[in-house]
Design a protein around this ligand. Structure first.
Ligand code: URA
Length: 447
């Protein structure tokens, strides 16, 4: 590929719909990573893939090549490593709850050290939040751990919550940056290889996927979400990783809170039993039970796992486990509680009220997510600053009965924003019906 003409031929080959061999793909990626294929040629090829797709053989080879483009975590001997991946949404916080829940149930059933969760998460972009930003709202929390630290935390605590290290899947970082500016993000094989290369680099034995659909999700329709989920399951399973996907809805925010620190606060309330939104409970317990079911290798059914989780959530051990994890990574929950009091005193609060009595029929996730973004709860660009306590808390969820004038949502912010347009925008996300509203299942389908 050192000769410009062969790069040109390679691109044209895909443009004309032919299949690359694994060896050709390897040379192509190696040459790009060694800066011998310029970004404009890689971009052209990505666009060719966007239109022509990849054959199953190409997708398998490309995923493996991306995975091995950097360091990987070893598969743990004598333990089952399992993680979950969510395609992201508004108020999407189960990741923070899954770890302590799975760790405590697995520890009670099978003893410490048998199930490991190397959870690698991303930052938020656009209207959808990122687990790392949520964790970083805890004073002192270090999400940037290197490979050795991650291995130590996994050895000591059975789990780690970390961001992608610089040496992990460098190919994805470079390719994603190009896709982002060349209109090639929305390509099924490129999404599948991007997501799975990062998950495969964690050395997993099992993977649970939460593929969201609806206006607040990456995949707007259930059909598109199913198509992505089934490809992800197919490719991960071929890599010897036991994989299950759930299609979950993202038409309204998940749980009560939207905003980084507000969501951590909701997770603490969830774990201590103070407040548990039904949808958040359902999605979290479904994903956690699937992780346990997979890790049990046939000895624990999904239903039995749900029962074990419900039992565990009656006690305090998941909350303690969450505290241990935060502490192990430098976080200080006391300071977090103090920062909440400071924010309560300093931030402006406005309330969105029901214009009439009835039942809440809609709390539109994308409109609410975008409003949260404008408050400072998310970032429009990769390098934008997050305002930890900015966001809102829903007091009513779809299906709830509401009185006229009752508060639907309480908004927190300190940016210099005009209240009138903000209230109008947020109010537009809610719809009240004169008749009672059926709540659709959060976890719609399992693949
Ligand atoms: N998330 C990823 O990690 N990669 C994609 O390509 C799309 C979503």
């Amino acid at each position: 590929m050192s000769h410009a003409l062969s790069a040109k031929k390679f691109i044209a080959y895909k443009r004309d719909g032919h299949e690359h061999s694994p060896d050709e793909l390897k040379v192509w990626l190696d040459e790009f990573l060694a800066d011998r294929v310029p970004e404009y040629q890689m971009s052209a090829w990505l666009m060719a893939v966007f239109f022509r797709g990849m054959t199953p053989k190409e997708l398998s080879a490309w995923t493996d090549l991306m995975t091995s483009s950097g360091a990987t975590l070893p598969r743990s001997a004598g333990a089952f490593s399992v993680d979950k991946h969510s395609t992201g949404g508004v108020g999407d916080k189960p990741s923070l709850l899954l770890l302590p829940i799975v760790q405590t149930v697995a520890g009670r059933l099978w003893g410490q050290g048998k199930v490991k969760i190397p959870m690698m998460s991303g930052r938020g972009l656009g209207h959808s939040g990122g687990t790392l930003d949520k964790l970083d709202s805890i004073p002192g929390f270090r999400s940037r751990v290197n490979r050795d630290e991650a291995l130590k935390l996994l050895r000591d605590n059975d789990y780690v919550m970390m961001g992608q290290t610089d040496d992990l899947v460098p190919a994805d970082r470079r390719l994603y940056a190009l896709r982002d500016v060349t209109g090639t993000v929305e390509s099924l094989p490129l999404i599948v290889s991007s997501i799975l290369s990062k998950k495969m680099a964690e050395g997993l034995d099992g993977l649970v996927l939460d593929v969201k659909f609806g206006p607040g999700a990456f995949m707007a329709t259930r059909e598109k979400a199913r198509e992505l989920a089934s490809k992800l399951v197919e490719v991960a399973t071929l890599r010897n990783v036991k994989t299950v996907a759930w299609l979950t809805r993202m038409d309204e925010p998940l749980g009560y809170a939207v905003g980084n620190a507000l969501e951590v606060q909701e997770c603490i309330e969830f774990l201590s039993g103070e407040a548990r939104d039904k949808g958040l409970y359902d999605v979290t317990v479904t994903l956690a039970a699937t992780m346990l079911e997979i890790a049990s290798k046939g000895s624990l059914s999904f239903e039995a796992a749900r029962g074990e989780i419900a039992k565990e959530l009656e006690g305090d051990r998941p909350r303690q486990s969450f505290e241990t994890m935060v502490l192990a990574q430098g976080g200080d929950l006391k300071k977090f509680a103090e920062s909440k009091h400071v924010a309560e005193a300093e931030y402006r609060t406005i309330e969105i009220k029901a214009p009439k009595a009835g039942w809440l029929a809609k709390a539109e996730a994308r409109t609410l997510g975008e409003a949260g973004l404008s408050l400072g709860a998310g970032r429009e660009r990769f390098d934008a600053q997050i305002d930890n306590w900015a966001g809102f808390r829903l007091l009513k969820k779809v299906g709830d009965q509401v009185k006229s004038g009752e508060v639907l949502c309480r908004v927190f912010f300190r940016r210099n924003i005009q209240e009138g347009p903000l209230v109008e925008r947020l109010s537009g996300a809610f719809e009240i019906s004169d008749e009672s509203v059926a709540v659709l299942p959060w976890c719609a389908e399992r693949l």
